[in-house]
Design a protein around this ligand. Structure first.
Ligand code: MD3
Ligand code: FE
Length: 282
């Protein structure tokens, strides 16, 4: 058992993390699918936060998704994929929340790497702001304001994700996430093979995908080369990476434009990763 209450077959962890990226012109088409203004979005989200707290989520989408099963992919220990975990209503709500988070101050930006490159993915952080290769409480590489708050409801959703992925209510209850990184991919965006090692905690990372399908490349813990497994991540999919998978190299070699469902974004892909920093808020 590790200290998150989960047991794993042994795997040793090696290697160092450095992201590679290419620079890409242009702004997210993500704003175009927006049928409400910013203030309306904020109000709508507040309503839906209350609604989600009260009503159970719609099971219909899960049931439909189950009719067209995707072949199970053999994943390393600690990595669990739950295809179609989010209902369409939950996906729409998350897209609206992402749009709200993406707006300035402390909004979405293309991260500059110390190597001089600029990531093609646009990112906004909640709870702690990620600047390669550490976390800060303020947007040090942007407008300098405090990072946006990590909402309680997102922590609750992530706890439920961990509990369901590992079929272990205790693992869910023990999860105390305080960071979300929201990544937007336009048709050309990619993410190079990297490890996520800037968190002090090795608690699982929860990943939620919205919009266009992507090819997710799941590698090994030793280096960024093969062996790896390519998995398609579709809108509504949940992925949890814990235990030996937590420090595996991974990346997104491409997205598949035009594959997303009607959830309020005209194009592109959003990914929300929820994490536990293991850092103290001062
Ligand atoms: C495996 N994001 O934000 S999500 C990232 O789709 C990141 O935007 C990708 O890699 C994306 O760091 C992949 C899947 C994912 C996220 C974090 C992980 C897989 C992971 C951390 C450890 C191991
Ligand atoms: Fe990552």
């Amino acid at each position: 058992m590790d200290r998150h209450g989960l047991s794993w077959s042994g795997t040793s962890l090696h290697g160092t993390a450095r992201a590679r990226s290419v620079s890409i012109p242009n702004l997210p088409g993500f704003w175009e699918g927006c049928d409400a203004g910013h203030d309306e979005t904020v109000a709508q989200n507040a309503d839906e936060t209350r609604a989600c707290e009260q009503s159970p989520r719609v099971a219909q989408w899960t049931a439909m998704a189950a009719l067209i099963p995707r072949p199970p992919v053999d994943l390393p220990p600690g990595a669990v994929q739950l295809p179609g975990w989010l209902s369409l209503a939950e996906q729409r709500r998350l897209v609206r929340a992402c749009r709200e988070w993406a707006a300035p101050p402390a909004g979405m930006r293309a991260t500059r790497l110390p190597s001089g490159g600029v990531m093609s993915v646009r990112t906004v952080c909640l709870g702690w702001h990620w600047v390669p290769y550490h976390y800060s409480r303020s947007v040090d590489d942007g407008d300098g304001v405090p990072v946006k708050e990590f909402p309680d409801w997102l922590g609750e959703l992530a706890r439920r994700a961990v509990a369901e992925a590992y079929d272990d209510p205790d693992a869910g209850a023990a999860y105390q996430p305080d960071i979300a990184l929201v990544n937007f991919y336009d048709a050309k965006a990619r993410m190079g093979m990297h490890q996520d090692r800037d968190e002090r905690s090795l608690a699982p990372v929860v990943s939620l995908s919205l919009g266009d399908t992507c090819v997710f490349r799941f590698g090994n813990t030793e280096h960024r080369q093969r062996p790896w497994t390519d998995v398609e991540l579709e809108s509504g999919d949940l992925f949890v990476f814990g235990g030996p998978s937590r420090l595996a190299f991974h990346g997104v070699p491409r997205t598949l434009p035009g594959t997303g469902p009607d959830i309020g974004m005209s194009q592109g892909r959003l990914n929300i990763t929820v994490r536990e920093s293991g850092l103290r808020q001062d």
